[in-house]
Structures are given as structure tokens and as C-alpha cells.
Design a protein around this ligand. Structure first.
Ligand SMILES: NC(=O)c1ccc[n+]([C@@H]2O[C@H](COP(=O)([O-])OP(=O)(O)OC[C@H]3O[C@@H](n4cnc5c(N)ncnc54)[C@H](O)[C@@H]3O)[C@@H](O)[C@H]2O)c1
Ligand SMILES: *[C@@H]1O[C@H](CO)[C@@H](O)[C@H](O)[C@H]1NC(C)=O
Length: 317
């Protein structure tokens, strides 16, 4: 691979998600130009990425075909937006989750890039038609929503603006596939996208069951981690149903469809996540894992170690 034909991606914002994207893109062989509006922040990000890449290499968990050193040489940092954008064919924005900040960042970026450059946002909760409302040519804009930490959890939701061109979705899908992520396409924008809508449904029923005195906080988490979650790391709810009846999904619905409908009709309203009703759930959780930094960090470390192991297992199957 000669350096002259290596394509460049610009990452805007070098916080948690910006640094992860930079590592993912570099692992796929892209040159990555990192910009942050806090002077010195992008350079600091590269220092941090360096130690992460070295640790990953040591643990044999480094992604891609290149060594940690080779991936590092693909990274560069900028305090100047125009320089950071020069030569890039794809821009991944990762700034604060504030609508006005994102709108103005994209307005600035659009003035500095060629007309074919793809503008992609990492937003978790804002829909494309709001994020890109100040961009002139919205046909090249989309949201590419990662899951934290993107290095181990590979899903990326691609959400088009109503005006996004099909080729922009296709190119982004190809880029994400090339770097080893698992892209999925939403056919239109919707609040929460797909992942957070499904997650909200799980949170809501878990909360109602605990609040209704049916089950403890500890045990509802076990329902997921020792039950549903075991297979959901490999097959989704659709394939689960398809495999769980002798003759597949249609058969499954003949057998269980009525039962599912009955249960769904017994679901309560949207729970109250605040105030008195929430207090006892929060207390119950904090008795299991106190909410001080020491306990939370230890559990986060454990989570990331286990995710690393799971990513390894998935890679081998
Ligand atoms: N953290 C997550 O779990 C997660 C998951 C998926 C998506 N996201 C999304 O990713 C985005 C970034 O989140 P994060 O957790 O990395 O935040 P963060 O606070 O860690 O990082 C934000 C970075 O952006 C920089 N920044 C702020 N305004 C800027 C500007 N105008 N120009 C350039 N840089 C600017 C900040 O200096 C900071 O370094 C958000 O939209 C968030 O919703 C986060
Ligand atoms: C708008 O963006 C699309 C997709 O990148 C591009 O093909 C088109 O030429 C752009 N139009 C203008 C007027 O810049």
C-alpha cells in the first residue's frame, strides 16, 4: 500500500467516540485526520490511542492487518479545521451531543470540503433532518451511529436524511464493512433509530416488573445476562423465533403468536423513571454496585474485558 493512494477520513471531535472511530478507521488502513476545537486535544488523543494500540497488540486484540506502529503512522492531529479536512473523502463528526453545536460544525465543514465529500454524524439521539438543517446540500449527509465501545461492539446504524442519495448510503456501508464494523441501514429516520427503540422497550418492561414488585433488580438483570443475552450475541429475535419452532417463523407464530399478543396487551404505560417511585430501584441497584467511581470503574473494566472476549469468540465463528 503506497501512502499516496491511501484515502483520508477526517474525525471531528476527539473525545471517547472520536478516538474510537480513529482507531477503527486506521485499523482498516485509512489515513485519519483528527480535529478538535480544544487546542492540543487532538494531539492528546493520539497519545492516548498510541498506548491503547500497544496494549491491544500485546493482548493480540489489535484489529486489521497492520501493526500498531503502522496504524499509528496513519493518524495525524489538527487544531485547524481547514487543514484537517483537506483531502478527506469522508467526515465523521463526534462533537458534543448538542443540536446547535452539531448544526454549526456541519455548516463550517460544508464550506471547506468538495461537493462529493460525505458528511456523517455520530449522534445517538438527534435525527438527521435536525442535525443537517443548516447544510445546503443534504444529499451527502447521514448519521452513522456507533455503539460504545465501537472497537468491540461493531454495529453501526446508518440513518439517511430524507434527501440523502442512495450512493451515499452505499459508499458509507462499504467503508464501514471495509474497516470491519457491522453496518445496518434504516430506510428512513425515526426517533431513537432501531437500537435505542429496542433498548427502550427492554428498559421499560424491566422497570415495570421491578416497580410492580414482580422481580428484583438483580434477577431482572440475570434474565438478560444468563437468558436472552446468551443467544442474542449471535442470533437476533427474528432468527430466534425461526429456529424455535419445528417449521420456522410462521409455525412459531401459529403456536405462540396469541400468547405474545396477550402478554403485550398486559404491558403497563410508560413507567415513571423519576421521583419517589424510582428511588427504591436506584437504591436496590446501588446496594449491588455502589455508585462511587471506584466501584463503577471496576465494573466497567470487567464489562470491557468480557466484551473483548466475546468479540474474539465472534471473530472465530
Ligand atoms: N459515548 C457514547 O456511548 C456514545 C455512543 C454512540 C454515539 N455517541 C455520540 O458521539 C458523539 C460524541 O460523544 P463522546 O462521548 O465522544 O463525547 P465527548 O464529550 O467525550 O467528546 C466530544 C469531543 O468533541 C470536542 N468538541 C466539542 N465541540 C467541538 C467543535 N465545535 N468542534 C470540534 N470539536 C468539538 C470536545 O472538545 C471533545 O473532545 C455524541 O454525539 C454522542 O451522542 C456517543
Ligand atoms: C450534492 O451532493 C451530492 C452527493 O455527494 C453530489 O453528487 C452533488 O453534486 C452535490 N450537489 C451540489 C450542487 O453540490
Amino acid at each position: 500500500m503506497s501512502s499516496s493512494d491511501t484515502k483520508s477520513i477526517t474525525v471531528i471531535g476527539s473525545g471517547l467516540i472520536g478516538r474510537s472511530w480513529a482507531m477503527v478507521f486506521a485499523s482498516g488502513g485509512y489515513r485519519v485526520k483528527i480535529y478538535d476545537n480544544q487546542p492540543g486535544q487532538a494531539a492528546k488523543a493520539i497519545t492516548e490511542i498510541r498506548s491503547q494500540l500497544e496494549e491491544l497488540e500485546e493482548a493480540h486484540m489489535l484489529r486489521g492487518e497492520l501493526t500498531a506502529m503502522q496504524q499509528l503512522t496513519l493518524l495525524s492531529s489538527y487544531d485547524d479545521l481547514a487543514q484537517a479536512l483537506e483531502g478527506a473523502f469522508f467526515v465523521q463528526e463526534c462533537v458534543f451531543e448538542q443540536l446547535e453545536v452539531k448544526q454549526s460544525v456541519f455548516q463550517d465543514i460544508e464550506c471547506l470540503v468538495g461537493k462529493d465529500v460525505i458528511l456523517s454524524s455520530s449522534t445517538s439521539c438527534l435525527v438527521p433532518s435536525n442535525v443537517f438543517s443548516k447544510v445546503q446540500n443534504r444529499s451527502r449527509c447521514l448519521v452513522s451511529h456507533p455503539v460504545n465501545p465501537p472497537y468491540y461492539v461493531k454495529l453501526v446504524e446508518l440513518i439517511p436524511h430524507p434527501e440523502t442519495e442512495a450512493t451515499v448510503m452505499d459508499t458509507t456501508h462499504a467503508v464501514m464493512t471495509k474497516v470491519g464494523q457491522a453496518p445496518v441501514r434504516l430506510k428512513r429516520e425515526i426517533d431513537g433509530f432501531a437500537l435505542n427503540r429496542v433498548q427502550a422497550a427492554i428498559i421499560a418492561e424491566s422497570w415495570r416488573l421491578v416497580q410492580g414488585g414482580v422481580i428484583s433488580v438483580k434477577d431482572i438483570d440475570l434474565v438478560m445476562s444468563e437468558g436472552l443475552g446468551m443467544r442474542y450475541a449471535f442470533i437476533g429475535p427474528m432468527e430466534t423465533m425461526h429456529l424455535n419452532a419445528p417449521e420456522g417463523l410462521e409455525d412459531y407464530m401459529k403456536r405462540y403468536g396469541e400468547g405474545i399478543t396477550r402478554v403485550l396487551n398486559s404491558f403497563g404505560p410508560v413507567p415513571n423513571f423519576f421521583g419517589d417511585g424510582a428511588e427504591s430501584i436506584v437504591n436496590e441497584m446501588c446496594e449491588l454496585i455502589p455508585s462511587d467511581q471506584q466501584h463503577l470503574s471496576a465494573r466497567r473494566e470487567r464489562r470491557d474485558q468480557l466484551l473483548m472476549g466475546l468479540a474474539k469468540l465472534k471473530k472465530d465463528h
